[in-house]
Write a protein that binds this ligand. Structure first.
Ligand code: MN
Length: 232
């Protein structure tokens, strides 16, 4: 038993549909550039391989609720994405075994300071400041794979104040979930508690204080998120 000199930070966790048990979050991996139409709207080369980046585990926000409009941005964007939660992992997972490591699926938002992402890209700098900030990873309730089956199709949708902004089928992902897990595990030892944001389809855009976002993926619990006033 370790005696900590200060109180240890709380463990981040997510809800599980139909259960009081919680899913502890270790790492948040994110995939960028995984839908052709989104790559085109960002003026990027659709033949480039997908980008892998991380958010801190404590950036999760359970089931939406309300998040403050973040500091240090004037262009705060939503990216609605299918999230995959892992129950096990390892290095060099073969694609054929990838699904055996999946605990379940959820809908999530890769919230982005787009102004700083654009600035970082222009200068060739790391883009953590645009992706890995407080409250930047709202994730809905996880539905167990035993209930969903292995997911390969289904629409991911986002509405802002009742108006549809994103609507695409996850079958349009350039890299499939099996391929993402295989590729990630070539770079990192995946483990239980890791979640993966699988990339956003086209239609990303800004939100402002007072906006209400509704995110859904067919077959999963939807998530509502309200953008509150400026972060203190
Ligand atoms: Mn994203």
């Amino acid at each position: 038993m370790v005696a900590y000199a200060i109180s240890p930070p709380p463990q981040s966790y997510l809800d599980i549909t139909g259960s009081d048990d919680k899913f502890p979050v270790r790492r948040i991996y994110c995939i960028g550039k995984n839908y052709v139409a989104h790559i085109q709207e960002m003026d990027q080369d659709e033949r480039d391989p997908p980008v892998i980046f991380m958010k801190p585990a404590d950036a999760t926000v359970r089931n939406g609720g309300e998040i403050p409009y973040p500091v240090f941005t004037n262009d705060f964007h939503y990216e609605c994405e299918l999230v995959v939660a892992l129950k096990s992992g390892g290095y060099n997972i073969p694609e054929a075994e990838a699904a055996s490591h999946i605990f379940g699926y959820a809908v999530g938002l890769d919230m982005t300071r787009r102004d700083h992402q654009a600035a970082a890209l222009a200068k060739g700098l790391p883009w953590e400041v645009s992706k890995g900030f407080d409250h930047s990873a709202p994730v809905g309730s996880i539905t167990r794979i035993e209930e969903t089956g292995v997911m390969a199709t289904g629409h991911v949708r986002l509405q802002v104040n009742g108006e549809t902004r994103q609507d695409a089928d996850i079958s349009l992902m350039i890299w499939t979930i099996d391929e993402i897990i295989a590729k990630l595990s070539q770079q990192h030892a995946l483990t239980s508690g890791d979640i993966i944001m699988t990339g956003t389809p086209a239609g990303v855009g800004p939100v402002v204080t007072g906006d209400v976002l509704e995110c859904s993926v067919d077959g999963l619990a939807p998530m509502q998120l309200r953008i509150g006033g400026p972060a203190a």
